[in-house]
Design a protein around this ligand. Structure first.
Ligand code: PLP
Length: 351
């Protein structure tokens, strides 16, 4: 077994090796390690779970306006098989309307699939309340937590979700090429594994095989040991700081950024909804957001560009072609926010 010594101030993660990474992820999301599988990215994690579900002609799936592109592709595919996909649009304030969700559920509803923190829009979906509705109606509930992991404290039991996927490369700050999937113990048998290898199945003969009794049946054994340990290290790092503390600081910095941006003539902050996340989205009047992003980056201000492709339903509804994204993390400082805002005040964008 590949072995790695984890250093930490709590002392309980030392010498856990690759197995320890599953435990760390379980600790991060309030699961047990038998409910965790490790993937090379969140798209593979989400897709493996989704493709493992069986849908019939006439079944219905409910999703949200803020859903991520990869997930929408999966949903588009099952529509071809006669599955109806219902999109719950945000209300005028940009909040997810729980009453609309409740109304959309009927005996044909097989799945509720939503993104907790969208990659654009600045908001947060009420996944706990959605989970309460899903469990009341006994509908399978799947959450994309890509922007959540490492930013916002999450507990799969509290939000009552059955399936949850996340990436390593966003707020987790793990190496690229990492992601994970949570599948609740009691739900694992409802999903057919898409691919199986010798670690996922035993007693193999041409007559059949025995399926592994935990979530690792959904992953493949061969993957980068270095990246897996890197993911573990990143999770350990976040746990040692405390995701609660991270979230407090992210909220403070993001609120400050929004307040500053709102005071700059010509700058529009596009964030919607009453609870907001660390991803601040904005644009500058009359100037292409890609140009704004490039100018900021050239000046050492690391923002990114969000095109319409990541959250197409939301972006098209709001007529947004692209926005600048300033993603705040706990290590950012007030003076970095001031630097960005001062730069925007000067509007040095004419090329
Ligand atoms: C980035 C992102 C993904 C995809 O994650 P990968 O690891 O790149 O596959 C999925 N959903 C959301 C909300 C994201 O922001």
């Amino acid at each position: 077994m590949f072995h790695y010594i984890f250093q930490n101030r709590r002392g309980n993660y030392a010498e856990l090796g690759i197995d320890g990474v599953y435990q760390l992820i379980a600790d991060l999301i309030g699961a047990v390690k038998e409910e965790v599988a490790i993937f090379e990215n969140a798209s593979a994690a989400w897709g493996t779970a989704f493709k493992g579900l069986t849908f019939h002609d006439g079944d219905e799936i409910i999703t949200c306006e803020m859903e991520y592109v990869t997930n929408l592709i999966g949903l588009a595919d099952v529509r071809k098989k006669g599955v109806k996909v219902i999109v719950i649009n945000n209300d005028e304030s940009g909040n997810f309307p729980l009453a609309d969700l409740e109304q959309a559920i009927n005996s044909k509803t097989k799945l509720i699939a939503v993104t907790h923190i969208p990659s654009s829009g600045g908001g947060i979906l009420p996944i706990k309340e959605i989970g309460n509705i899903a469990s009341k109606h006994k509908v399978l509930y799947m959450v994309d937590a890509c922007q959540t992991a490492g930013q916002y404290p999450i507990d799969v039991k509290e939000i009552k979700c059955d399936i949850l996927s996340a990436t390593g490369r966003k707020y987790m700050r793990a190496p690229r090429g990492t992601g994970f999937l949570f599948v609740k113990k009691t739900v694992q048998d409802q999903l057919s594994p898409v691919l199986l290898d010798f670690l996922a199945a035993s007693n193999v003969s041409l007559d059949g095989y025995t399926l592994r009794q935990d979530a690792r049946r959904f992953e493949l054994y061969e993957k980068s040991r270095a990246l897996t340990l890197g993911l573990g290290k990143a999770v350990e790092y976040a746990l040692n700081i405390g995701v609660d503390r991270i979230w407090q600081r992210v909220q403070y910095l993001a609120d400050l950024t929004r307040a500053e941006l709102n005071g700059i003539p010509g700058v529009t902050c596009h964030d919607i909804g009453s609870e907001k996340c660390g991803i601040v989205t904005f644009s500058v009047a009359g100037i292409d957001s890609m140009l704004v992003k490039n100018k900021l980056v050239e000046n050492g201000i690391n923002v990114s560009f969000g095109g319409s492709q990541a959250t197409p339903i939301y972006m098209e509804k709001h007529g947004l072609k692209g926005i600048v994204r300033a993603s705040l993390h706990y290590y950012n400082t007030e003076s970095e926010i001031a630097t960005m805002c001062d730069f925007l005040k000067e509007h040095p964008f004419a090329s």
